[in-house]
Write a protein that binds this ligand. Structure first.
Ligand code: OGA
Ligand code: MN
Length: 196
């Protein structure tokens, strides 16, 4: 994993984000996809970012995916394994980069055909704890035309990351980014590393 960690950190230092395709083993990818689909069957998902009925319409214009927050105490085998690997990476970051990460939170997301998440930053104005964002793509397949690319805005330009199954992206939570409209169902597991 050390090579992977270093690749991600170098990317972050050079351009604000890093991406690798080998963080998850194929087994882990399949296990997490199955876990997501089981949560969906059990009706665990709900519309993302909806506070109350009044702002429902406005929020739908910004983001219309479905999410489910991963619960550490109820995590199944694959989720447990996933969280342990994340914890090891957090330890590495804190030891080698003095990042001061205190906790992590993860959510599964389902973007059905036609879903998107407009340009935003993950660090809230009234709460700046979110330092780094991590996203894992869990779809069965992705091909050109399926959409749902992650567009990261850095300096005067942007980079698009294709949500290929097994791909992982790591970026600073204050970078502007956007999820382009999905033309096919798009599954992911995304999370935030938080400081105090
Ligand atoms: C988010 C987000 C990016 C992605 O959940 O805040 O920006 O590629 N996700 O899913
Ligand atoms: Mn985001």
């Amino acid at each position: 994993m050390l090579d992977i960690y270093e690749q991600l950190i170098q990317g972050l230092l050079d351009k604000g984000f890093g991406s690798v395709d080998n963080w998850l083993t194929h087994e882990e990818l399949v296990g997490l996809r199955k876990s997501l689909l089981t949560h969906q069957e059990n009706d665990h998902f709900h519309a993302a970012g909806i506070g109350n009925k009044d702002n429902l319409l406005v929020l739908k214009k910004i983001r219309n995916d479905q999410i489910y927050w991963l619960n550490r105490t109820k995590a199944n085998h694959w989720e447990q394994l996933f969280l342990e690997k994340i914890d090891a990476y957090v330890d590495y970051l804190n030891r080698t980069c003095f990042t001061g990460i205190q906790s992590c939170e993860f959510q599964y997301a389902i973007y059905d055909k036609g879903s998107y998440y407009k340009k935003h930053v993950d660090r809230f104005k009234n709460d700046d704890k979110r330092q780094f964002t991590i996203v894992f793509y869990l779809s069965e397949a992705w091909k050109q035309g399926d959409g749902g690319e992650l567009r990261l805005y850095t300096e005067d330009t942007f980079t698009e990351i294709q949500p290929i199954p097994g791909r992982m992206v790591f970026f600073r939570s204050d970078i502007e980014h956007e999820v382009m409209m999905a033309n096919a169902q798009r599954l992911s597991l995304s999370g935030w590393m938080k400081s105090m």
